[in-house]
Structures are given as C-alpha cells and as structure tokens.
Write a protein that binds this ligand. Structure first.
Ligand code: ZN
Length: 97
C-alpha cells in the first residue's frame, strides 16, 4: 500500500547475497521511506568508514563543515575519502526527504 505504482505485476523476487543481505525487486512499489534511518546507520553501511565515526562528537550528522565541523570522516584520506562523498550524498538526499 506504500508508494504503489502503475505496474500491474505483483510478483516480487528476493535474492540472497553470498556476502549477506538481500536484493529485492518489488514491482509496483516506486519508493519507500527512509525516515527511520539515522545518519549513523548510513555511515555504518560503509565498512571502511564505520570505525572512523567512533571519534565523532555525540549527535554528529557526519555532513562535515559547516553543519558538523568536528566530523571524524574529514580525517580520512585516499579511497575512503571518496567514499565519504558517496555517504554524504546519501545523507543529503535523506535530509531532502
Ligand atoms: Zn561525524
């Protein structure tokens, strides 16, 4: 009933991933809410970033300056720093709702 689209197919497919987790195709559902996801949940999904946020101040939104000037993700370098950009794009999209 949530975000139901125009497609008439009702068959959903769930495929388990060898590394853990699932890929789920749900025809007819065009969007789903992320309101219950916290910024920490997003960053923890990036295995190379998860440890870094132990050094963030409590309540850090992990967006970097100016919103989160003490975010520990800004200390990362190399490929991990590129992944910080990806994580922050997700966080920004969540904030836009
Ligand atoms: Zn942070």
């Amino acid at each position: 009933e949530i975000g139901r689209g125009r497609h008439t197919s009702t068959q959903s497919v769930a495929l388990p991933l060898a590394s853990g987790g699932w890929v789920i195709d749900t025809p007819g559902i065009r969007s789903f809410g992320l309101a219950h996801i916290e910024p920490d949940d997003v960053v923890l999904a990036f295995s190379d970033l998860a440890e870094a946020i132990d050094d963030c101040p409590r309540g850090c939104g992990h967006m970097g300056p100016p919103a989160d000037p003490e975010c520990a993700l800004d200390e990362l370098t190399g490929p991990a720093a590129d992944r910080v950009g990806a994580a922050r794009r997700l966080l920004a999209a969540m904030r836009e709702g």
